[in-house]
Design a protein around this ligand. Structure first.
Ligand code: 6GU
Length: 250
């Protein structure tokens, strides 16, 4: 998978060199290019923003640098054999970013991220590229960030770990809190490792029983308890198969 990020803060994307995403890059599973938007400005001040038409506070990112940047990124990607680009536009007014959307994005060969600062990008840029490729406007939650760069890090990490061969253990995301499957939309319960006694605190006995059926049942019960307590909205989106007669008696 090829990823391009166009930003006025390339250094904000340094974490893409670290940990899971960094290792996926080093292994050649992810081909990441970070570009400085100001490379496509031609005035002395490298201007990327201007005042909004219609008035009001804040600044709007200008069409020309984004258009030239995206044309250049697209030309480079196509020359190097990439195909089927999709634009990912981080914005608090976008579609909520979910595990399902992470899965959809992870199936695409080429993502181009356009994190904006200020009040966002002139709408004509998004409308223009939407005629040529899918555009995903995504929000990572109901709060406002100063710019989309942190959202790019979030989306990239969620997508990268779904790529074949990126996670060490192929089963590692089978039990993820939001993975598809029977436990989908249940939050994972608590986990424990050695030592068996720490500061007077032991671990649930069932985990030492070696009884896989009982352990699975306990994990499911804990997941249900945690989800009911913290995210009751998720219970409604659960596969009814995770509930049984015993739950309904509770
Ligand atoms: Cl994607 N961008 C910004 N600026 N703020 C956000 C966001 C994105 N998602 C939630 N808040």
């Amino acid at each position: 998978m090829r990823l391009d990020v166009v930003t006025i803060f390339p250094e904000y994307l340094e974490p893409l060199n670290v940990s899971l995403v960094g290792k996926a890059r080093a292994r050649g599973q992810l081909n990441v290019h970070v570009h400085d938007l100001r490379a496509w400005t031609y005035d002395r001040h490298h201007t990327v923003d201007d005042t909004p038409y219609g008035g009001g506070p804040g600044m709007v990112m200008k069409t020309e640098p984004w258009g030239d940047a995206l044309d250049s990124v697209l030309a480079d990607g196509y020359e190097n054999g990439s195909h089927a680009p999709a634009l990912v536009v981080p914005t608090p007014s976008g579609r909520p970013f979910t595990q399902e959307l992470a899965g959809e994005l992870s199936a695409r060969p080429w993502l181009i991220f356009t994190p904006a600062r200020y009040e966002g990008i002139d709408r004509r840029v998004i409308d223009e590229y939407a005629t040529r490729m899918p555009v995903y406007e995504v929000s990572i939650g109901d709060y406002v960030l100063a710019g989309g760069e942190a959202a790019v890090l979030v989306v990239t990490e969620a997508v990268a770990r779904l790529l074949p061969g990126v996670l060490g253990n192929a089963e590692s995301h089978r039990d993820d809190s939001f993975a598809p499957g029977a436990m989908a939309n249940l939050l994972e319960g608590p986990v424990y490792t050695k030592p068996p006694l720490w500061r007077g605190r032991g671990i649930p006995e069932v985990l030492l029983s070696g009884h896989h059926g009982k352990i699975a049942r306990w994990r499911r019960d804990e997941a249900l308890r945690r989800t009911t307590a913290g995210r009751p909205d998720l219970i409604e989106r659960c596969d009814p198969k995770v509930f049984d007669k015993k739950d309904r008696e509770m």
